[in-house]
Design a protein around this ligand. Sequence first.
Ligand code: AMP
Ligand code: MG
Length: 328
Amino acid sequence: MVVVGIESTAHTASVGIVDERANVLGLASDMYRPTAGGIHPREAANHHVELLPNLVKTALESAHVRPTEVEGVAFAQGPGLGPCLRAGATVARMLALTWDRPLVPVNHCVAHVEIARVLSGLDDPMLLYASGGNTQVIAYARGRYRVLGETLDIGIGNFLDKLWIELGGTFPGGPALEKEAQAGTELHPLPYSVHGMDVAFSGILTATLALRAKGVSRPDLAYSVEATAYAMLTEITERALAHRRRDTVVLGGGVACNERLRGMVRTMVEGRGGTMYAPPRSLCVDNGAMIAWTGHLALRAGQTSAVEQSAVQPRQRTDLVLTPWRGG
Ligand code: AMP
Ligand code: MG
């Protein structure tokens, strides 16, 4: 039996079909790309409303799954952009009612941990979650996933996107900066803003634009930004590992596709004698498969929701969500 998972927290609309052994049988995704500037919640939601019905069809067809083989319908309940979340939740409710299957609300951040956990085979890893809107270090303790450290201002991906647009590029900025940074040779000092296990990025943005105005090349800026921002993330991850006496780390989020970040975290973790795992890119970015897999875990633990109690929660905190499948 399979669970269908629907992801629509931000710019990506995605439908995943996953079986009870975490095999991804089908995955169909489409990302909303603004023509100028950053993400507009209503336009992204319109994109999701338009595309989700076909993504459901494509995912089911590629998985060779009939609706009668579907055990439950999971959807990302939060955190995310309200209009975008509602688009996915509406499709999930409709499918659950039509197929007469349980509706399973899933926390998006928990889903990033769970897909990486099952793929890696690591029992109790810490997650460095680096995406557009989120930047957190997450670990499990006593019934919930806890946020040990996080950004104090903007998410790392939003920061990279904004910076790249200010430097004359287009969304998404992260992958473009990664390419640009490969030609960078000189490291320019930028504000290194680590506060305990938290980080902040807005100072780097201002300082980078000031360097640009002084004529520093874009490749050197991209290189300096990557080196600085990813060192900050690596440092807070290491501090969290040391405090919690752990030695395994998994990565999640679109920025975790970045080779420099992967390399820096791997060097740190392996230097401590531990293990680092990064999922394949299609399962690192926002995707319906992680929602479907976490839906399996939640369904087995009895976490279903009546349609009338399934309102989306744009500000749902990871540490307020119970995860009974992880034990006490
Ligand atoms: P997500 O919110 O998890 O879907 O991830 C989207 C974010 O990941 C965007 O801000 C992208 O700029 C960023 N991103 C995607 N690929 C890369 C990359 N290779 N390096 C850095 N950032 C990336
Ligand atoms: Mg995400």
